[in-house]
Every structure is written in structure tokens, then in C-alpha cells.
Design a protein around this ligand. Structure first.
Ligand SMILES: Cc1cc2nc3c(=O)[nH]c(=O)nc-3n(C[C@H](O)[C@H](O)[C@H](O)COP(=O)(O)OP(=O)(O)OC[C@H]3O[C@@H](n4cnc5c(N)ncnc54)[C@H](O)[C@@H]3O)c2cc1C
Length: 352
């Protein structure tokens, strides 16, 4: 049979691959110049079974209601999309019961295990070579309640094949794969990717800023801990870099930089084993104003007030002005005050 597959992302290419194996004559049609240049290009490259829980879960309809129209929500739903989505929305809400959530998680888990098997099969049959690591995924929780919630969910999936362990910070460092050989050698360098957004809260991306601040502080702490083992830790803090991904950003990106220039700065910083490699220092200095600019959409977004999310653009006082404001006012000595008053009275008398 002749079959046409539209779209050369991971789904289209694997569909075409399996159809061809079944004996179909397959044409794969892709609108871009090559395969996998859209979503399948920009993802995290992580294939695992530990996120089998569906979004339709108890409590989610209330969350979605709260997130409605918020551009940085974990699940973005715009007001303008609502009229077309009511049927999907009703089905979504129907599936948010505890019973359905449990059942769908198990189905998804089975599907993820099957997917991993298929990926392994494709890898073996085609001999595709890529940077593959099969040591599991390390998830870091910053809140005890999130850790507990995930522990409960993983425990529920354990009888269905989920393998997991809860690791404390020491264990996390111990299983960091790059670390072990470096410790043995007594030298090495780790580079962590934070962002200039770790210094300033951009109204357009609160969660992003918070997570990048966490990476920066983690790197700073790790640098102190690993220094005695001869391992340097550098935290890279780029500003906006011109890429196809940032090209799609609907907000203004002050001091955006060419990727070549950013790469040169990062390379130089790494060669000098710098603790912190801030790719655009100018952006740091102009932080407060940038935070306002970066939160301002280039064009109004559907369902949002373009002014929403802007912070005060009044310039922050310099450190000198702040120090002056903190300094207690000097009180004049009573005799100095009395002689000044006498001088003023004499001058007034002369004038009259
Ligand atoms: C930031 C991010 C991180 C992610 N991280 C992970 C991860 O770590 N692990 C994971 O498993 N998943 C991850 N995902 C999800 C995963 O990347 C997607 O589920 C997957 O790439 C979807 O593949 P696809 O083939 O359906 O879509 P795409 O890769 O987008 O492919 C669709 C293709 O169809 C083409 N096309 C569209 N219309 C036409 C047309 N009319 N004619 C011809 N061609 C057309 C497009 O050009 C495109 O190449 C992530 C997603 C994102 C956005």
C-alpha cells in the first residue's frame, strides 16, 4: 500500500519507519528543509517513564481556571481559544476524577515502557549513534510537599514497573555522572547554565527566573565544596541570545546578542575557570529597567493587557545615593547653630 506521512518530526519519521517495515511504500512530506527542525529539535532529549501522570487530575480544573489568560502559566489557555475548546474542556474535566487519573497513569506508564522498547529497537536496527546515557533522570524538588507528592505517585506506580529512589543532596552529588571521574583525577571543570534572569525577576517569566537563580546559587555552593578536590565550577549567565527559539518570543529582548559573540564570551570565561560568566554585563547594570522592558510584549497578546506584568520603570537609586540616605543626619553643635543664627541676624540688620 502507498502511504503518505505528513510531518518529519519524531512522530512522523517513526510512523514512516514502522510503516515501511510493514511493507508500505511510504512518502514522508516535510515542509521544512530537513527533518525534525520543529518541536523535535528543541526538546530536552529526555526519554523516561517517570512522567506518566496525565494533566487531567483531581484539582487541575481549579488550577486551569486560575491560570486562564496568564502567558507564563504551566498550562497556557487563552480566552480567545475558549469558544473552540469547550468540547475538549468538558472531556478534560470529566477525566479529572481520582479513579480515571489512576487508570490513565497506568495506561500511560505501559505506553512509556513500550515507547522505550521501540526506541531501543530503532537504535539497534539503524545503528544511529548519539549521546546516549541510561542512568535514569535526576529530579530536584525545592519544596518538601512536592517531593512527598511525587514520592506517593511513584510508589503507586512501583507495582507497575516504575523504578525509583529518593536521594538526599549528598547522594545527588554522588550520582552526578560527570563528578566521579573528576574526583578520582583531582581536576576537572563543571559548567552550569544559569541566566541573567537569575539576578532580576522578569515579569514575563517568574518561574524561569526562580529556577535560574536556584541553579546559580547551587553552582556557587558547589564551587566551594569541590574546590578542595581541584574541580572548578563555573556558572554561565547569558542574557538573550539570537536563536530560532528566542525569535519566537513575543516580548522585547533588550541587548540581544549574536550566538557567536555569546559563545566567545563563554569560552573565554571557561578557559579562565571563572566562577561566574555573565554574558552581558551591561544587562546586569541596567537590570531594573531591563526587567520592565523584557516584560513588555512586542505586540499585545490575545486576552492580555499589554501593560500587565510591567514593573516600575523609575530608575533604582545608585549605591552612593542609597548609602547617603542610610547615613544619619549630622546634628550641628548648639554653639555652631547659635553663631550661625547671630551671623544671619547681623546680615539682616546690615541689609535694613
Ligand atoms: C521545550 C520542550 C521540551 C521537551 N522536552 C521533551 C523531553 O525531554 N522528552 C520528551 O520525550 N519530549 C519532550 N518534549 C515533547 C516532544 O518534543 C514532542 O512531543 C515531540 O517532539 C512532538 O513530535 P512531533 O513529531 O509530533 O512534532 P514536531 O517535531 O513539531 O514535528 C511536526 C513536523 O510537521 C511539520 N509540518 C507541520 N505541518 C506540515 C504540513 N502541512 N506539511 C508538511 N509538514 C508539516 C513540521 O515542520 C514539523 O517538522 C518537549 C517539548 C518542548 C516544547
Amino acid at each position: 500500500m502507498k502511504t503518505i506521512v505528513l510531518g518529519g518530526g519524531v512522530i512522523g519519521t517513526s510512523t514512516a519507519y514502522y510503516l515501511a517495515k510493514l511493507g508500505h511504500e511510504v512518502d514522508l512530506i516535510e515542509r521544512r528543509e530537513g527533518a525534525a527542525l520543529e518541536t523535535s529539535f528543541g526538546n530536552g532529549g529526555v526519554l523516561h517513564t517517570s512522567e506518566a501522570e496525565p494533566w487531567s487530575r483531581p484539582g487541575m480544573p481549579a488550577n486551569i481556571w486560575k491560570w486562564l489568560g496568564k502567558e507564563d502559566a504551566p498550562m497556557l489557555l487563552r480566552y480567545s481559544a475558549l469558544p473552540k475548546m469547550w468540547r475538549w474542556g468538558a472531556a478534560f474535566v470529566r477525566n479529572c476524577t481520582a479513579e480515571r487519573y489512576r487508570r490513565h497513569t497506568q495506561i500511560n506508564l505501559r505506553l512509556s515502557f513500550y515507547t522505550l522498547k521501540c526506541v531501543e529497537e530503532i537504535r539497534t536496527e539503524t545503528g544511529i549513534d548519539y549521546d546516549l546515557m541510561q542512568k535514569g533522570t535526576l529530579k530536584i524538588y525545592t519544596k518538601q510537599e512536592s517531593l512527598e507528592q511525587n514520592r506517593t505517585e511513584c510508589e503507586a506506580m512501583r507495582p507497575h514497573g516504575m523504578v525509583f529512589e529518593v536521594a538526599d543532596p549528598e547522594r545527588c552529588v554522588a550520582i552526578e555522572p560527570a563528578l566521579a571521574p573528576m574526583l578520582a583525577r583531582g581536576r576537572g571543570q563543571l559548567a552550569l547554565m544559569s541566566s541573567l534572569a537569575s539576578f532580576r525577576g522578569f515579569p514575563s517569566a517568574p518561574a524561569y527566573c526562580a529556577s535560574k537563580a536556584a541553579v546559580r546559587l547551587y553552582g556557587e555552593a558547589l564551587r566551594g565544596r569541590l574546590a578542595r578536590h581541584g574541580i572548578a565550577v563555573s556558572v554561565i549567565c547569558p542574557g538573550f541570545v539570537r536563536t530560532p527559539m528566542t525569535g519566537a518570543n513575543p516580548f522585547r529582548m533588550p541587548l540581544i546578542m549574536a550566538p557567536e559573540r555569546a559563545a566567545a564570551i563563554i569560552r573565554r570565561g571557561l578557559a579562565r575557570r571563572r566562577a561566574q560568566i555573565a554574558v552581558s554585563l551591561g544587562a546586569l547594570r541596567r537590570g531594573p529597567r531591563l526587567a520592565g522592558a523584557a516584560g513588555r510584549p512586542r505586540r499585545p497578546l490575545a486576552g492580555t493587557d499589554p501593560r500587565e506584568g510591567m514593573i516600575s520603570r523609575r530608575p533604582t537609586p545608585s549605591w552612593r545615593a542609597r548609602r547617603r540616605a542610610r547615613r544619619p543626619r549630622r546634628r550641628r553643635h548648639p554653639s555652631a547653630a547659635a553663631s550661625a543664627a547671630a551671623g544671619r541676624a547681623a546680615a539682616a540688620a546690615r541689609r535694613s
